[in-house]
Design a protein around this ligand. Structure first.
Ligand code: GRF
Length: 223
């Protein structure tokens, strides 16, 4: 089953879907290890690419790592059904997309209503879709950033939870900008996950309300 045993409270049991390096996953695992993510916990990590380095990060942290190659399924729906079945024993009640390079259909999203979040490397709605950093550089913007948002059926279109701006200086290339954006994401994604678990984030239509945490000892506090 999905939804854990707390269907009406805030989500606490987060599964992370990944496809690649997993630096955002690592930021979550590091904070979980030191107790900073509580009351959120990372209960499973799943990748559509079995060779993803992110799976090794999960294993190293003692978190169940699920490898499901989407190419071995006849359809997007069949892959999502298998993904849901593989996650079910871990009873996640929310999903973090952290560099997960597959579009999810309403079939998967419907299992976690308003409980799937994604991090995107631009200030949405600018530069949605693939290659957001390259798009920003090509356009010539001097400020870009990252967006953590709820996932709906559109690509990078769901309600925005939090954003952080990142400057682009003359001569910066994609590698430099990506590193700058990822540093911002590595703080923002865990902060959103924790705020969700603390029940401080609500959503009415497109408008997301975040109640400030107010912990003065928390160096990571962004929300
Ligand atoms: C992140 O920068 C995120 O914005 C994008 O994919 C990247 C994943 O990086 N969706 P990592 O795998 O977490 O290092």
């Amino acid at each position: 089953m999905t939804g854990g045993d707390r269907p009406h409270g805030p989500p606490r049991r987060f599964a992370v879907l990944v496809s690649g390096t997993g630096s955002n996953l690592q930021a979550l695992l590091d904070r979980a290890a030191t107790g900073v993510l509580a009351p959120a916990e990372i209960v499973a990590v799943a990748s559509n690419r079995p060779e993803a380095a992110a799976l090794d990060r999960a294993r190293a942290a003692g978190v169940p790592a699920i490898a499901l190659d989407h190419r071995s399924f006849p359809s997007r729906e069949a892959f999502e059904d298998a993904l849901l079945a593989a996650l079910a024993p871990h009873a996640p009640d929310a999903i973090v997309l952290a560099g997960f390079m597959r579009v999810l259909t309403p079939r998967f999203l419907g299992a976690f209503p308003d409980r799937v979040i994604n991090t995107h490397p631009s200030l949405l709605p600018a530069f949605a879709g693939a290659g957001a950093i390259e798009q920003a550089l090509a356009y010539g913007v001097t400020i870009t950033g990252c967006t953590v948002h709820f996932v709906d059926a559109g690509v990078d279109q769901g309600p925005i939870i939090a954003q952080r701006a990142v400057p682009i200086a003359p001569g910066d290339d994609a590698t430099i900008v990506r590193a700058r954006i990822q540093a911002a994401e590595h703080a923002l994604v865990p902060a959103v996950v924790r705020a969700l678990a603390q029940g401080r984030i609500s959503c009415e239509g497109r408008r997301v309300v975040v109640v400030p945490g107010g912990d003065p000892d928390d160096a990571d506090q962004l929300l």
